[in-house]
Design a protein around this ligand. Structure first.
Ligand SMILES: Nc1ncnc2c1ncn2[C@@H]1O[C@H](COP(=O)(O)OP(=O)(O)OP(=O)(O)O)[C@@H](O)[C@H]1O
Ligand SMILES: [Mg+2]
Length: 417
């Protein structure tokens, strides 16, 4: 057998004691863990935990495994939203297929969970928009997916909105750029699959009766075209309006979560023709800023939310002390005085339901909601107490809690001894 893995190698080395020579289906259940409500899959897919991390193992033919491994590694390097690949195991005895190992995307939800879990969305709009955003990102990077579906996408909460991640790159192909025909074909495949997946949920009575699978699937192409057009179209402006129109356009592209590369402006007597080269945004500025000030690693919208709270706390400190507070000092104070106490207030039995930064975001929302109702600011602590009692218990139990992961890990260690 041969293992190919990407650094850090120590992480992969820990997994070497697993029984790679045996068919995944026959692995001792003690080595595996249950992941609730996964997407539909043709291959054998199992999950295992090691040193507090969870990994997804997928048995597939070697050429596909190598292809997927190489592509996922590229995607990660470029900041495209996809699962992160650890490695592959090939040359398994008896001509068995290879195994592809990816890191479990923490706090992610499958569409089955989003539609039928405790916070089931009655309106699939936001979900479809994030799926379309993922597809546009891939297409801008010259990637044809060939299997865009809800099952092949994972959703993560990011300050109340969703972010979509690609989970299955088996059929993906990379080109210098994609023709309009290829893009349209990819969208058409997505339409068929999404329709079928929603009908499947409907047949299992897991879908709100308010949602019509066909109508939702049919809306995909329009949503895709609107976003694609918005980030790539050429525009012609009059010369006198040129400066502000360019600024407006670039801002809009940024607001949609994309970066602008080269901007080309061709002037003629009729006006200026603007062409922008839109790129997939680098992993965000807000994230870097929050990390610099607090050491917290969160997603982009969460970072924006947390930074706003940090700045308002700084303003409060300055007002109270009557002098300026440097941002680094404000960052540390906010972390210990505000953020940590909220996160620490999550009872152990509810930890692991939502990412801590998402809990913090929800507590802020809850405080706003309670204060609106009360007609005065109820304060953080009242909000935390009420949130932990009334809201968090209904949050999706996305993955079994960390304590269960540790138990599994111990079981895995025992089993390998
Ligand atoms: N790294 C991961 N993190 C979280 N969930 C994962 C991960 N890898 C796989 N999954 C879950 O397992 C399911 C199946 O994985 P995947 O789509 O790669 O398998 P597949 O058999 O190739 O699917 P298909 O039938 O589309 O070819 C996904 O829908 C997802 O819910
Ligand atoms: Mg799949």
């Amino acid at each position: 057998m041969r293992y190919l893995f990407r650094p850090p190698a120590a992480e992969a080395a820990g997994l070497l004691s697993l029984p790679w020579d045996q068919p995944l289906e026959e692995w001792d259940p003690d080595l595996l863990m249950d992941v609730p409500q996964r997407g539909i899959s043709r291959h054998v897919v199992r999950f295992t935990a090691w040193e507090g991390r969870v990994y997804a193992l997928k048995e597939i033919a070697e050429p596909l495994a190598r292809h997927e491994y190489a592509l996922l590694a590229e995607f990660e390097g470029e900041g495209l939203p996809s699962v992160s690949v650890l490695g592959i195991c090939v040359d398994r005895p008896g001509d068995q297929d290879a195994i592809l190992v990816t890191r479990y995307l923490e706090y992610s939800m499958s569409y089955r969970y989003v539609f039928s879990g405790p916070r089931a969305a009655d309106s699939p709009d936001r979900l479809l928009d994030t799926l379309v955003q993922l597809l546009v990102r891939l297409h801008l990077a010259g990637i044809y997916w060939g299997d865009c579906s809800l099952s092949n996408t994972l959703f993560r909460l990011d300050a109340g909105s969703y972010t979509a991640y690609l989970v299955d790159a088996e059929t993906a192909e990379r080109y210098p750029s994609l023709s309009a025909g290829m893009r349209a074909y990819d969208v058409e495949l997505a339409r068929e699959r999404v329709g079928a997946e929603l009908m499947d949920l409907q047949a299992g009575e897991l879908l709100s009766p308010r949602i019509d699978p066909i109508e939702v699937a049919d809306s995909l192409a329009g949503r895709y075209e609107a976003l694609w057009d918005e980030v790539t179209r050429e525009e012609v402006f009059r010369l006198d309006e040129q400066a502000y129109r360019i600024a407006e356009r670039l801002q809009r592209i940024n607001d949609l979560g994309f970066d602008v590369g080269e901007v080309e402006l061709v002037t003629s007597p009729e006006g200026a023709r603007l062409r922008v080269e839109t790129r997939v945004a680098e992993p965000g500025q807000q994230r870097h800023e929050l990390f610099r000030l607090t050491g917290l690693e969160v997603q982009e919208n969460q970072a924006r939310r947390l930074l706003n709270d940090l700045w308002s706390y700084r303003a409060y400190l300055e007002q109270r002390g009557g002098r300026p507070v440097p941002e680094e000092v404000a960052g540390r104070r906010w972390l210990t005085d505000v953020y940590q106490p909220v996160v620490n207030a999550i009872p152990v039995e509810l930890a692991g339901r939502l990412e801590p930064a998402e809990v913090f975001h929800e507590v802020l929302e809850h405080r706003w909601f309670l204060s609106e109702r009360a007609g005065f600011d109820v304060g953080t602590w009242a909000a935390v107490r009420s949130y932990v009692q009334h809201v968090l218990p209904h949050a999706p139990a996305v993955l079994t809690t960390p304590s269960v992961i540790v138990d599994r890990e111990t079981a895995a260690v025992d089993a390998s001894n």
